[in-house]
Design a protein around this ligand. Structure first.
Ligand code: HXC
Length: 258
């Protein structure tokens, strides 16, 4: 049997997925992508899980598409099989918040995978880049679209057209990541945040995530309309009654996820 390309564990209500192809710097082989998407689907469906952490090792998050695999692909095969579209579509389909913990290289498809997460925490050794231009290709899993939204056009264009990388503190100051911490502290900090998120009402958390993600898709007017619809829908939840009641009665809310 071939070795697993990911490691999966649970800490309380948090599902943890670690990319695990150390010899290839966690490059995105088809097998890894399949296992990753399957683990995400399982956690997303499991009512005992409230948040997901996606990470690599303390040395590397992911060095992008598997170069050996991609080299063998003709245009027609990539086109017919929709190569790597499943990664993007799979992550977009996850209702629960996904926190990416990035140590070391997040390069090419690795940077794109990081940007598919909802919140990013980086270790001080993190390096982000879209070096596809050096290989004779372009970012293919959202890099040209998400990087500009994350850090603005000039910085995104600079990274994509030069292949130059940015370090953790540049990633933080440009808004790509939420926090930078020492490598030996960053995972625990993400667990703490995931624990906090998983402690809220699950349907409300999913609504908040969906409304924020909608902002990346539509103009302001449509986005505000979408937000209003979800906001008003939340009034019908038992957890809404509970949350408002608990505040006014000065007690801790007991969420039932309904
Ligand atoms: C397959 C890879 C790989 C990759 C590294 N390796 N990146 N294998 N696919 N993307 C392998 C190397 O061949 C080597 O194998 C081993 O991992 C260790 O890599 P080194 O280069 O020796 O490590 P280091 O000197 O630390 O340099 C790290 C690095 C470099 C700077 C990240 O590995 C690098 O530049 N890798 C390529 C990154 C890249 O261009 N990614 C974009 C891919 S295209 P051996 O057998 O020699 O030990 C892409 C398109 C997006 O992502 C598509 C959407 C998903």
């Amino acid at each position: 049997m071939s070795e697993s390309t990911i490691l999966v564990e649970r800490i309380e209500k948090i599902g943890i997925i670690r990319l695990n192809r150390p010899k290839n710097l966690n490059a995105l082989s088809s097998a890894l992508i399949e296992e990753l998407l399957s683990a995400l689907r399982i956690f997303d469906k499991d009512p005992a899980i409230g948040a997901i952490i996606l990470t690599g090792s303390e040395k590397v998050f992911c060095a992008g598409a598997d170069i050996k695999e991609q080299r063998e692909l003709s245009f027609v095969r990539a086109y017919n099989t929709n190569y790597l579209r499943n990664l993007n579509d799979g992550l977009l389909g996850v209702h629960k918040p996904v926190i990416g913990v990035i140590n070391g290289y997040a390069i090419g498809g690795g940077c794109e995978l990081a940007m598919m997460c909802d919140i990013l925490y980086a270790g001080e050794n993190a390096v982000f880049g879209q070096p596809e231009i050096k290989l004779g290709t372009i970012p293919g899993a959202g890099g040209t679209q998400r990087l500009i939204r994350a850090i603005g056009k000039s910085k995104a264009m600079h990274m994509i057209l030069t292949g130059d990388t940015i370090n953790a503190s540049e990633a933080e100051s440009s808004g790509l990541v939420a926090k930078v911490l020492p490598v030996n502290e960053v995972f625990e900090a993400a667990v703490e945040t995931a624990r906090k998120i998983a402690g809220f009402s699950a349907p409300v958390t999913a609504m908040a995530k969906e409304a924020v993600n909608e902002a990346e898709e539509v103009g302001l007017k449509s986005g505000l309309h979408f937000e209003s619809r979800l906001y008003h829908s939340s009034f019908s939840l038992a957890d809404h009654v509970e949350g408002f009641g608990a505040f006014l009665e000065k007690r801790t809310p007991q969420w039932i996820n309904e």
